[in-house]
Design a binder for this molecule. Structure first.
Ligand SMILES: Nc1nc2c(ncn2[C@@H]2O[C@H](COP(=O)(O)OP(=O)(O)OP(=O)(O)O)[C@@H](O)[C@H]2O)c(=O)[nH]1
Ligand SMILES: [Mg+2]
Length: 249
């Protein structure tokens, strides 16, 4: 799950609030985050996945190995949370990194702030093109503590209106203040709900694949499988990766 947004919107602060660890540098100078940082919820790492995502070991942490027992987050077990660089600074490498990881992430939390939430950069470049992913997307309006109380609901409605225009009607918009922890429990709940749905979908797909495999087995019998050369296996893997738009291994 990737935390994405403009520089200074509070991605790293939200990442730290969700992980309850001060992992990511929160800075006054912009932009602060240059490389994605990953936190794996649970005890088991996600080495293969993170290697595939191209996130070096020094930018990874396995959350429960950092905590004393009793603080494990069972609802988020298995989640790999990514704190991304900004998409809007003058550092070209930052938005190249964001574009690369946004293509690979399964779920997104877009972190907006009161000053820049209507910026065309995020709506035209990321939100509208991802309209088909709206079931795996959450939007937070951070820095809510800096907005006068009477204006908060109106601003959240304005964000919803813009998302609707992006084709993202129905995507939850949560008001948060990462600095004060406001709205973080609700954000965690929404993430957990999507994680559970994804696990259910995966079990369903696995069951479908198993059923299909059984049908293939009953149609093709149990004769030994002819072995293939390593070259042909590698060529087949590459062709599947190509078809699935995965980067080459
Ligand atoms: N008042 C207030 N300040 C916040 C909040 N969240 C973050 N900040 C501050 O805003 C600044 C930017 O926060 P970061 O978390 O570094 O933002 P970022 O999105 O990771 O920024 P980049 O890494 O540059 O893309 C820091 O000075 C934070 O302390 C919030 O909810 N309220
Ligand atoms: Mg940051």
């Amino acid at each position: 799950m990737a935390l994405a947004g403009a520089t200074g919107s509070g991605k790293s602060s939200t990442f730290n609030a969700l992980t309850e660890l001060e992992l990511s540098a929160v800075g006054v100078r912009r932009p602060t985050t240059s490389w994605a940082t990953a936190c794996v919820f649970g005890r088991e790492g996600a080495e293969e996945l993170l290697e595939w995502l191209g996130i070096p070991a020094r930018h990874q942490v396995t959350r429960d190995s950092m905590l004393s027992t009793g603080k494990e987050d069972t609802a988020l077990q298995g989640v790999v949370l990514l704190d991304l660089p900004d998409h809007d600074s003058t550092e070209v490498t930052h938005h190249l990194e964001v574009d690369r990881l946004v293509r690979l992430a399964d779920m997104f939390v877009w972190v907006l702030d009161p000053q820049k939430y209507a910026d065309a950069a995020i709506h035209d470049r990321y939100l509208a093109p991802l309209a088909s992913h709206k079931d795996v997307m959450l939007v937070v309006l951070n820095h809510l503590d800096t907005v006068p109380e009477a204006r908060r609901e109106g601003m959240l409605d304005d964000v919803r209106r813009l998302l609707e225009a992006d084709g993202l009607a129905g995507v939850p918009v949560l008001g948060v203040s990462a600095r004060h922890g406001w709205g973080i429990p609700e954000l965690r709940k929404q993430i957990a709900k999507r994680v559970a749905e994804k696990k259910a979908t995966r079990s369903r797909l696995a069951a479908d694949v198993r059923a299909a495999a059984e049908r293939i087995q009953s149609a093709s019998g149990t004769a030994p499988v002819p072995s293939m050369s390593r070259e042909r296996v590698a060529a087949l893997n590459d062709a599947f990766a190509d078809a699935g738009a995965c980067p080459p291994s």
